[in-house]
Design a protein around this ligand. Sequence first.
Ligand SMILES: [Zn+2]
Length: 134
Amino acid sequence: MTPLDRREREKHVIKQMADLLRAGAAMLAERCPVCGLPLFRLKSGETICPQHGRVFIVKTESEYRKVSAQGVLEELEKLATRKVGELISKLEKEHSREVIGELREWLNILEQVERLITILDHQKKRSESTSKRT
Ligand SMILES: [Zn+2]
């Protein structure tokens, strides 16, 4: 990850935290086991990390499956982000076709992972709003 990416991500996380507090979420003493950020409890009772947005406190089997699918995708996203960063700095040193090809592959992976994460997020939100209605 380049320093600029990191700064962007931090800015994003800070904004997320501000949004959560504004929405009435409570900051907890517990921290996210992945990134160490403080967790927040939403009014709905859901516990989320401002960076990952995921509930790590698992209650049911299906919830666990969803969380682990998201966890795997996030790990992959992190790996791909790191790889892209590495390849970009490699390109700065030497401009090789091989590195460009590899970069393209990782960017594709990153794009797909992010798409999948968005889909999972949407599914989660949809199931939450349905359960609220019933
Ligand atoms: Zn986290």
